[in-house]
Design a protein around this ligand. Structure first.
Ligand code: RB5
Length: 160
């Protein structure tokens, strides 16, 4: 299914607040609906709280695509990939962003706000939004780890 123009759910922590705002404006310019779940300032917060909101919504199918940002992108990736049906890809370079779609059908893009600049981030977001999944042997490989063990979206009891 081509979901390249589908609404996107977006979240970040304080370390990537500025880049998140930049990316949000960029996606809006493209005419794609975006739902920003915060953080809404650069005041210190805990990235798992926002990773939970975005990955949970992708896990349940409420959104087919999500974007998460933290300082490196590492913490958000770790959180997001605990959720069933979520394939989160940390892409701080363009090649990874393209391949995350072609081969991994990544439905959550993760960026490091302390790693990359605005211009590269916009290129990465465009590529990730527009590159289709190739399917075929890659679908077979995704199926092999689909049920390898993860949290159900509703079962993260430590997240109020
Ligand atoms: C926050 O200081 C930082 O640890 C966080 O943004 C992220 O990089 C964690 O992986």
């Amino acid at each position: 299914m081509d979901d390249s123009g589908a609404p996107i759910i977006l979240g970040c922590d304080h370390a990537a607040y500025d880049l998140k705002e930049n990316i949000k404006a960029f996606i809006k310019q493209k005419g794609v609906e975006i739902h920003d779940v915060g953080a809404y300032s650069a005041e210190s917060v805990d990235y798992p709280d926002f990773g939970y909101l975005v990955a949970g919504a992708v896990s349940t199918g409420e959104y087919s695509r999500g974007i998460l940002l933290c300082g490196t992108g590492l913490g958000m990736s770790m959180v997001a990939n605990k959720f069933r049906h979520v394939r989160a890809a940390l892409c701080n370079d363009l090649f990874s962003a393209i391949m995350s779609r072609r081969h991994n059908n990544a439905n959550v893009l993760v960026l490091g706000g302390r790693v990359i600049g605005d211009v590269l981030a916009r290129e990465i977001v465009s590529a990730w939004m527009e590159t289709p999944f190739e399917g075929g042997r890659h679908q077979r490989r995704l199926a092999k780890f689909e049920n390898m063990g993860c949290l159900a979206a509703a079962s993260a009891a430590n997240n109020p």
